[in-house]
Write a protein that binds this ligand. Structure first.
Ligand code: ADP
Ligand code: ADP
Length: 225
């Protein structure tokens, strides 16, 4: 099965339609960005893939299993939030360990997976720092590591680099691509930045007014005539 399959998914809030009848299949191991202007429904779509929001109609499948009605620990996705949503008074290592502790993973395994994750996201030596004492780029890496450490089938990223300045954003784009390539996981990221979508992804889902307008490779979408 595909990593993600959307079947005629819609979401309405009262009278307004946030997501309009979207069907889409995301292949395993691909890096997809959802691109479109503010308010077009990108975050709502991502939250339905994560199970944080329930579709008004339609179905969402991860690895062939519907997320509707699944308990959070049964869903094989993890989310990197735009504002990172880290615990500010805890250390980097404690933040990384959070999802594993929730799942009752043994302490010794938590320690080794935290150490491996510090290496993967380039935070070696920062494990004992508190979140309030690290830079924005480092906090972004902690948020990424905290989601990856539970080994989800699909990593969801909501404007992951939106809070960073341009230089750092370029650097983190490269790091994200490297991590995606090394892990072979499926990544789905929301962005309103066309440049970022072109840089990061294998395929771009272009949204407008809640609808999916196009879903294709950067080459096919932006090829010069
Ligand atoms: P984007 O991520 O592209 O900026 P959103 O998915 O956040 O777009 O929002 C799409 C539309 O749905 C917007 O009009 C927004 O105001 C509306 N919306 C999103 N979440 C809610 C909600 N919880 N309640 C009501 N309306 C919402
Ligand atoms: P984004 O940065 O994706 O555009 P927003 O700032 O639109 O996010 O939304 C932030 C939060 O507010 C989300 O949880 C969303 O569901 C909620 N929200 C957005 N629009 C509305 C709305 N019109 N009414 C109620 N809640 C909303």
């Amino acid at each position: 099965p595909n990593a993600v399959e959307l079947r005629e998914v819609s979401k309405t809030y009262g009278d307004s339609v946030a997501v309009r009848n979207i069907s889409m299949q995301i292949a395993k191991g691909s890096f997809v960005t959802i691109l479109g202007p503010s308010g077009c429904g990108k975050s709502t779509l991502l939250r339905m893939i994560s199970g944080f929001a329930t579709p008004s109609s339609g179905d969402v499948l991860i690895d062939g299993h519907s997320v509707l009605g699944a308990k959070p620990y049964e869903r094989d996705t993890a989310m990197v939030f735009q504002d990172y949503a880290l615990f500010p008074h805890r250390t980097v290592a404690q933040n990384l360990a959070f999802g594993l502790r929730m799942r009752g993973v043994a302490k010794s395994e938590i320690a080794s997976r935290v150490a491996a994750m510090l290496e993967l996201v380039n935070l070696m030596g920062f494990g004992e720092r508190r979140i309030g004492q690290i830079s924005g780029g480092q906090a972004q890496r902690v948020a990424l590591g905290r989601a990856l450490i539970v080994r989800p089938a699909v990593l969801l990223l909501d404007e992951p680099l939106g809070a960073l300045d341009l230089k750092l954003r370029k650097q983190m784009q490269a790091e994200l691509k490297t991590i995606h390539r090394n892990l072979g996981l499926t990544f789905v990221a929301v962005t309103h930045d066309q440049e970022e979508a072109l840089t990061l992804s294998d395929r771009i889902a272009v949204m407008n007014g809640g609808a999916l307008e196009q879903f294709d490779t950067p080459e096919n979408l932006y090829r010069r005539p």
